[in-house]
Write a new protein. Structure first.
Length: 487
């Protein structure tokens, strides 16, 4: 009797072909260093921190983006309740001071992103220890105070020595703590490995790691200083990748290096810096060894700029992808700022179209959120046209994940009608994906009831996506469409 009243569905349903949903990574970086994107300034009340984050996430949703890359560790500090490092100055205007009322911006961002069908990746800087934008003093618990011998002054920055095991252990522990305690979808690092070179009196200043290199040599090490530096970073990158997969194999590891591997590679490309020999980043090695799930070279130049040609670099990186990891290049969308580049918005969308045509590349990441919030040169309007239909993040089939189990649907026919979904293993769900023949797509992370509307001319399709991104065959509910109000 209860089943008849509620409309118990699965017993007589046969799987049907699911309408096509595009697969494309559509992400944006939300930078917190120097308060680039969030929060708008240090020391805001918690209510405003929340409203600013919600405005960011709502904008992402309105543009049909599907992922946010949120910077939570700018400089050995934290925009979350870290077990290892002090609260960030960029958050509370006093390093080490927690937000009021136990507010954790990362917990809030994860929960609110998932409510909107957005993935949330955390962005960490593995080696930077302080940025000159921080005006206040370092907290007593900051690494520069607790272990000053492994933190070096370099130009106007403080930088952890990447070769020091204590540095590698600290950053590894921070990353794994994030993976273990938060329901994040990815860990992300950018192009800061050894620091970009500093010059004094037109002479390049070498990074001050003579003591650690001398210890390495004294212990019998034979590598050149450059090879030793690169090896230190290599070891850390692989360790992070393996550590993530040992804990939560569905959490994707993303790396976003400088977009040019080396000057003259490929031969028409010119660059003012050699990341291999100056940042000691062998990005091609990490990419080709499969030490990341997605690779986001920062292709920050316009299409027509021949010495750093976007399409030439895109094609070269695609040709090097022997492990078939995701290639999702970074775009310098903030160059649409009329005061800082003044790119036409179509430069960005033309690049998106090139990526769509490039075999082996399935999305991009925009730097940064403020361009979209300010709609510089109409960039948000243009992206809304480019991203007219929703898209799901491409699957990562190499990630070994548990199966959610058989999808159960129950239609509550009371007014307004609601469609309830569940599976035996809810923790194995990335999204419940709802579609209808009217074009609405809704993603939900948890077992839930979605509002529907009676419509004899519509069918709802429901699939469950596992944590690797694999979709189940769709179940159908005829005579209903999804409500714009969602859940």
């Amino acid at each position: 009797m209860l089943a008849a009243m509620l409309g118990l569905l699965p017993s007589n349903l046969q799987p049907v072909t699911q309408p096509t949903i595009e697969r494309e990574f559509r992400a944006v970086w939300v930078a917190t260093v120097d308060n680039i994107d969030y929060p708008s300034k240090p020391g805001l009340p918690v209510s405003q921190m929340k409203s600013e984050m919600l405005a960011i996430l709502n904008k992402c949703k309105s543009l049909n983006l599907n992922a946010v890359i949120f910077q939570v560790r700018p400089s050995a500090d934290a925009l979350y309740a870290s077990k290892y490092e002090p609260w960030s100055w960029y958050l509370t205007a006093s390093q080490g001071k927690a937000p009021e009322g136990g507010f954790d911006p990362l917990t809030f961002a994860v929960e609110e992103s998932h409510k909107r069908g957005l993935e949330l990746h955390v962005w960490c800087n593995p080696y930077r220890a302080n940025h000159p934008a921080q005006k206040g003093p370092l907290h007593s618990s900051h690494l520069a105070n607790t272990n000053p011998s492994i933190v070096k002054k370099y130009g106007t920055y403080l930088w952890m020595d990447p070769s020091e095991k204590a540095v590698q252990d600290r950053s590894f522990d921070v990353f794994m703590d994030l993976v273990s305690r938060y329901d994040i979808d990815g860990i992300h690092i950018d192009d800061y490995f050894y620091p970009y070179p500093v010059t004094e009196n037109n002479v390049k200043v070498d990074f001050p790691d003579s003591e650690s290199y001398a210890r390495y040599q004294k212990a019998g090490g034979k590598m050149s200083r450059s090879d030793w530096r690169r090896n230190s970073v290599d070891v850390f990158i692989k360790r992070v990748h393996d550590g993530i997969k040992a804990r939560k194999p569905w959490v994707n590891f993303g790396i976003s290096p400088f977009g040019i591997y080396r000057p003259g590679v490929p031969e028409t490309i010119k660059a003012g810096i050699d990341q291999y020999d100056e940042l000691y980043a062998d990005a091609l090695k990490w990419y080709q060894e499969g030490w990341c799930d997605y690779f986001t070279p920062q292709l920050y130049w316009p299409i027509a700029q021949t010495p750093q040609s976007f399409p030439v670099l895109l094609d070269w990186w695609a040709s090097m992808n022997r492990k078939n990891v995701h290639l999702w290049p970074g775009q310098f969308t903030s160059r649409t700022d009329p005061k800082g580049g003044n790119w036409k918005a179509t430069e960005v969308t033309d690049q998106i179209n090139l990526v769509r045509k490039q075999k082996g590349s399935t999305g991009t990441v925009h730097f940064s959120m403020k361009a979209l919030m300010n709609n510089w040169n109409g960039i948000s309007d243009e992206l809304k046209r480019s991203y007219a239909k929703p898209a799901l993040v491409p699957a990562s089939p190499w990630n070994k994940v548990p199966a959610p189990g058989k999808l159960s649907l129950i239609m509550d026919k009371k007014m307004p009608p609601g469609l309830h979904v569940s599976v035996p293993k809810p923790d194995a769900v990335q999204w419940f994906v709802f579609q209808d023949t009217k074009g609405i797509v809704i993603n939900m992370r948890e077992s839930t009831t979605v509002q529907t509307v009676r419509d004899a001319n519509s069918t709802i399709f429901v699939s469950v996506m596992d944590r690797s991104g694999k979709l189940s065959p769709a179940e159908t509910v005829k005579g209903y469409r999804l409500s714009q109000a969602g859940s």
